[in-house]
Design a protein around this ligand. Structure first.
Ligand SMILES: *Cc1c(COP(=O)(O)O)cnc(C)c1O
Length: 378
């Protein structure tokens, strides 16, 4: 288990991520194990209702992964064979692989070099009669230009799906991410902000579509309205394809534990980001990502652009500090086309982006140390 570097361990390796497990989790999970009610039940419901009330998510359905959330969103949005979905390559392959799983084709648009997010100005000319949806990935937790994206989607009658794997707790023009678009997908994977081990949530604005999500996350059977008959068979009629994508109660117990103090953890994280921002102001060869006042990042990553990147990574490594691109553009994968596309800003981003440690076990002293290491040059 990746865990809890002691606060004083200035000389030990500082990783990019850690996994946060709240101290109350052991008891909560152990209670579920003792109860033997392991699968989807009342704790999943409780987890969902707290995601809605505390994080402002619209009709969140708890699922077994963020990837399942993306796939189910595409299915419920009616994306299928022959359709196209526009997204940026600056993401993890999960975003695009689910489009292929749905039988559709990922169409890559360029990003903004300043943020790593999809550039709304590069979307419209990629729309064809087959385009069904735009998938907006909030890179590192910083929200995309949702107003502009929604305007394009409305004009061309497209669905908006947010890949919000990096952005629980983020806001855009005062609205929580998870409440804005037709569909928003979160991940509760081990190194994400809020983990259930593995897990995810699919938020849906339209209550009708939300009901479909809940039905199709469990084979397409409406659990609440399919009573057991006298011979012991659940009464239902399967009308379309569903999946086995629900979350289990033992995972929800971990999620509920990790929701304790979530706002405080986020505030602490933002404090560390501010410390980095101040400490790294005016460093030659380092350019901060753009941050606008109308939105608040969930700060999953702390990234920027750097000159002479390999030397930077080596210099930090020599001082016990992780640095990573996390992901570069995914368009070169054979499944998605097999070559790096001519996306000018994505290619620039691939050359200079870098991320340094940001996680719940990171201390203010460690941030000061990392700032100092960077200021010494590379
Ligand atoms: C983590 C991640 C996912 C997938 O989430 P899982 O819960 O691991 O399936 C999707 N998109 C992005 C951008 C991610 O970082």
């Amino acid at each position: 288990m990746a865990l809890h570097t002691p606060a004083s361990s200035g000389n030990s390796y500082i990783p990019l991520f850690t996994t946060f497990v709240h101290p109350s989790a052991q008891q909560r999970v152990s209670d579920v194990l003792a109860s033997t009610f392991l699968s989807e039940g009342k704790l999943v419901k409780e987890f969902e209702s707290r995601l809605a009330s505390e994080l402002g998510m619209a009709h969140p359905a708890a699922l077994n992964s963020g990837t399942s959330a993306l796939h189910l969103a595409l299915e419920v949005a009616g994306v299928g064979a022959g359709d196209e979905v526009i997204l940026s390559p600056q993401t993890f392959i999960a975003s695009a692989i689910t489009i292929v799983q749905a039988g559709a084709k990922p169409v890559f648009a360029d990003i903004q070099y300043e943020t790593g997010n999809i550039d709304p100005a590069d979307i419209e000319h990629r729309i064809t009669p087959r385009t069904k949806a735009i998938m907006a990935v909030h890179w590192g937790g910083y929200p995309c230009d949702m107003t502009e994206i929604k305007a394009i989607a409305d004009k061309h009658n497209l669905v908006v799906i947010e890949d919000a794997a990096h952005s629980p707790g983020a806001t855009y023009q005062g609205q929580p991410i998870g409440s804005i678009s037709d569909f928003t997908c979160f991940s509760f994977q081990a190194i994400k902000h809020l983990t259930t081990g593995d897990g995810g949530a699919l938020c849906t604005r339209d209550p009708e579509k939300a009901r479909e999500v809940f039905r199709r996350r469990w084979f397409g059977i409406d659990r609440a309205n399919s009573p057991m008959n006298e011979i012991g068979e659940r009464e239902y009629d399967l009308t379309d394809v569903g999946y086995k994508y629900h979350l289990s109660d033992y995972a929800a117990a971990l999620g509920l534990a990790n929701l304790e103090g979530f706002a405080d953890r986020m505030a602490r994280r933002r404090g560390l980001v501010q410390q980095y921002n101040e400490g790294l102001t005016g460093v030659p060869g380092l350019t901060h990502f753009e941050r606008k006042d109308d939105r608040q990042s969930a700060d999953w990553l702390y990234g920027f652009h750097i000159e002479n990147r390999l030397a930077f990574i080596r210099a930090l490594k020599a001082k016990g500090v992780a640095a990573s691109v996390v992901h570069d553009g995914i368009d070169h994968n054979t499944l998605f086309g097999g070559k790096r596309m001519e996306l000018t800003q994505q290619r620039r981003f691939d050359e200079t982006q870098i991320h340094i440690p940001l996680h719940d076990n990171l201390t203010s002293e460690q941030v000061a140390y990392i700032v100092d290491v960077i200021r010494q040059g590379w």
